[in-house]
Design a protein around this ligand. Structure first.
Ligand code: NAP
Length: 289
């Protein structure tokens, strides 16, 4: 059993923190900016909550965070009430936010200066993966503290791996999002075409999902795409945040991402249609306007 803090009880963080307590058996303290969510979590899981990230981090062996973007991460880590002011020497800070590799390296260096370790550890698997404790966790940072953190992360991971130095977890998550973007547009176009062709979409997908066109998106999203339902899942706003991180990194490393850039613009149109909070499979909605 370890002493663990969890900062950020959103769609992902709330169930992840729950697994640390229920499955991991750890002594868990939570912090959430909107205190009502922390109170609800404490009522459900019999842990503790703290009023600031700093107070939550004090005296812990591990501090995990899962907030929105780079700016949010700066707010919960740095400054007088930020977690970094409270983390004890020798502890490990694990960040599950999808953020830039630049901030991962910055926070890694800031943590080292203060005598503790930082692991960037973005996740994939969505809300269902968090709730079922079956996330894929992509990590960057030093090997020794990673080895300690991996045992804690195991409470909500199906796959956890260190891919390299600080920032490597975020870079791997970028690859994940690059692979998804074009694929979802292709799936949207396929379903849209099948409808226009007068085919039975269910029958078509049941057939081709047994062949080379199969994908997670196809198996998990074709029914709702066919029904025009998008009020769940991974929000378009979040995807645009992730794609902008990928495109900025590509400008730095010289990678050529024409489809990723195009899909980002297609999502901008979905936002204009009122779909900012729709699931990313809503790319089909702009084909069927
Ligand atoms: P969410 O439901 O919007 O939750 C965000 C959490 O961060 C909330 O607890 C929020 O606090 C907190 N927060 C945001 N800005 C903050 C700030 N400036 N200071 C303090 N706390 C702040 O988001 P989510 O879906 O859990 O996603 C969290 C991260 O995981 C994102 O980076 C996202 O890209 C990534 N991710 C999400 C999914 C998914 O399917 N949802 C999948 C993979 C990765 P309040 O409650 O006060 O707003």
């Amino acid at each position: 059993m370890a002493k663990v803090a969890f900062l950020g009880l959103g769609v992902m963080g709330y169930p992840m923190a729950g697994h640390l307590k229920a499955k991991g058996g750890h002594d868990v303290t939570v912090y959430n900016r909107t205190a009502a969510k922390a109170q609800a979590w404490v009522a459900q899981h019999q842990g503790r909550s703290a009023p600031t990230p700093r107070a939550a981090a004090e005296g812990q062996d591990f501090v995990m965070a899962c907030v929105g973007n780079d700016d949010d991460l700066r707010q919960v880590t740095l400054g007088p009430d930020g977690a970094f002011a409270g983390v004890r020497k020798g502890a490990v800070f694990v960040d599950h936010t999808t953020a830039s590799a630049t901030i991962a390296r910055e926070l890694y260096a800031a943590a080292k200066e203060r005598g503790f370790d930082f692991i960037d550890a973005p996740v994939s698997g969505g809300q269902a993966g968090a709730e079922n404790g079956a996330l894929t966790v992509m990590c960057g940072g030093d090997a020794e503290p990673y080895g300690r953190a991996e045992k804690i992360i195991a409470a909500y991971a199906r796959m956890c791996r260190r891919l390299g130095e600080a920032g490597a977890g975020q870079l791997t998550k970028m690859v994940n999002q690059i692979c998804i973007g074009g694929l979802v547009e292709a799936l949207a176009e396929g379903i849209h075409f099948a409808k226009r062709a007068g085919l039975d979409v269910e029958a078509v997908i049941e057939t081709i999902s047994k062949g080379a066109a199969q994908s997670w998106q196809m198996e998990n999203r074709y029914k709702t795409m066919n029904a025009g339902k998008f009020d769940f899942g991974f929000a378009v706003d979040w995807m645009r945040k992730d794609l902008s991180i990928c495109l900025a990194e590509a400008r730095r490393n010289g990678a050529n991402l024409p489809i990723t850039a195009l899909v980002d613009q297609l999502y901008a149109e979905v936002q204009k249609m009122g779909g900012a909070r729709w699931d990313t499979s809503s790319l089909i909605a702009r084909l069927e306007r």
